[in-house]
Design a protein around this ligand. Structure first.
Ligand SMILES: Cc1cc2nc3c(=O)[nH]c(=O)nc-3n(C[C@H](O)[C@H](O)[C@H](O)COP(=O)(O)OP(=O)(O)OC[C@H]3O[C@@H](n4cnc5c(N)ncnc54)[C@H](O)[C@@H]3O)c2cc1C
Length: 397
């Protein structure tokens, strides 16, 4: 893959830049690029309005096919968009799950009626989604899902508990993996349901995180209802669930990673300003982080450039393991660049303290080696599917 802009890429880059220059003003510019991971409550209402500005300009659903209202952007164009987005310090997106995970899944596995109903509001930023996969006993071992759904006429009635459900408190809908065949075990007998969050049978309980925000939640379903119209065949939701995971581990990560460039630059600037860059060990760690960042970009583009559809090549696990671990080390480097002051929180009132732009990613990046498949699980995939080592012995049947 040639990473230099071709003439048509330069034209696309200019178009993105012009849009951002014209629209990223006022309250949107004031957000200063905030609202990313671990900072998801910051300026939420403004970011929701920004979503609509992006939609009106045709900058949502970048990778979606044009027939579904997307832009049909090539991989190169997606990279350019994200690069410019980060460079302009545009706010963290609020429709990540809908646009990056459910939308592409529906495009591949949804019926035309489901696409017509659900894709337009995702693009418009008027319906937000969350992902109801993990349960107290089903995380890495997702096939152990116990939340069940039974049919009642034209509806599914859902009972059970999900956990670690990101942004559930801000979502209108949840895509939920449920056991619809009570006699089934493991990955058989599961279905992929689309469940409205605003109803009496759904309770969302926030979980306080290290960052003092509640990015994720427990979600309790107690007789929650949704239309019988599941995605994919009844009892065959596993295949659909895996497709969503492929999107999560694949292209959806791209924008996230490109944001690291800006973060690295801020740490580098701080080290120069406070003189820590004169410390040879810090200097070496900065240089190493920069070199690894460059490698990460090339590797990610290489592993994603051949993807067309809901398939994460095994190499995507290398990319996930690499960026999650790299970002954690970057957080540690930031804290070491600041020095002892990194332990001090702003403000006199402990109940109202704010983490700063370095403390926040330092703490939140711990989660990045867990979600989207933990480091250990990625290593298993790499061992089995990249290196061809014997498979891990599986429990159960
Ligand atoms: C910030 C954040 C946001 C999240 N958002 C969502 C969300 O929106 N929706 C959702 O459904 N889930 C979400 N999750 C949950 C996430 O997918 C799970 O945390 C993850 O799959 C791990 O599952 P677990 O926490 O149950 O840990 P477990 O699966 O219990 O694992 C515990 C430890 O054992 C290791 N381990 C487990 N199995 C193996 C094995 N076979 N080989 C080697 N080591 C193993 C793991 O790596 C881990 O270190 C989120 C998690 C985080 C941290």
């Amino acid at each position: 893959m040639d990473l230099r802009d071709r003439p048509q890429d330069s034209a696309f880059r200019a178009e993105v830049r012009q849009f951002l220059e014209e629209h990223l003003v006022g309250e949107f510019a004031e957000l200063g690029g905030r609202g990313g991971s671990g900072d998801e409550t910051f300026g939420f209402d403004v970011r929701l309005r920004w979503e609509k500005v992006l939609a009106a300009g045709g900058w949502t659903g970048l990778a979606w096919p044009t027939e579904y209202g997307g832009r049909g952007a090539s991989m190169t164009e997606q990279v350019i968009f994200h690069e410019e987005y980060v460079r302009a310090a545009a706010p963290g997106r609020v429709s990540v799950m809908g646009e990056g995970l459910l939308g592409p899944t529906l495009i591949h596995y949804g019926t035309e009626a489901q696409k017509a109903r659900f894709l337009p509001p995702i693009l418009a930023g008027t319906e937000l989604w969350c992902q109801g996969y993990s349960e107290p006993d089903a995380g890495s071992d997702l096939a152990n899902v116990k939340t069940r759904a039974v049919r009642d006429g034209d509806e599914w009635v859902i009972t059970g508990q999900k956990v670690w459900t990101s942004l559930a408190h801000q979502s209108d809908w949840c895509f939920v993996v449920c056991r619809t065949d009570p006699e089934s075990r493991r990955h058989k007998g599961l279905s992929y349901l689309l469940v409205p969050m605003h109803q009496p049978g759904v309770e969302v309980r926030p979980i306080m995180q290290l960052t003092k925000t509640s990015e994720f939640n427990e979600v309790f379903f107690d007789g929650a209802r949704t239309h019988r119209d599941n995605v994919g065949a009844e009892g065959e939701g596993w295949r659909v669930a895996l497709a969503t995971l492929a999107f999560e581990r694949g292209v959806a990560l791209l924008g996230h990673q490109l944001g690291f460039v800006r973060e690295f630059q801020r740490i580098e600037a701080l080290a120069q300003a406070n003189g820590r860059s004169r410390d040879p060990v810090i200097r070496q760690r900065l240089a190493q982080a920069h070199a690894e960042l460059t490698i990460m970009r090339s590797n990610t583009l290489r592993s994603l450039s051949g993807i067309d559809g809901p398939v994460a090549p095994p190499e995507a696990s290398i990319a996930k393991l690499y960026w999650g671990s790299w970002h954690r080390r970057l957080g540690e480097l930031a804290i070491d660049v600041i020095g002892p002051a990194a332990l001090v929180l702003e403000g006199d009132d402990p109940a109202a303290y704010e983490l700063d732009e370095f403390q926040r990613p330092f703490l939140f990046s711990r989660a990045e080696t867990i979600y989207g498949g933990s480091n250990q699980i990625q290593r298993n995939i790499i061992g089995e599917r990249v290196l061809g080592l014997p498979p891990e012995p599986k429990g159960g049947t």
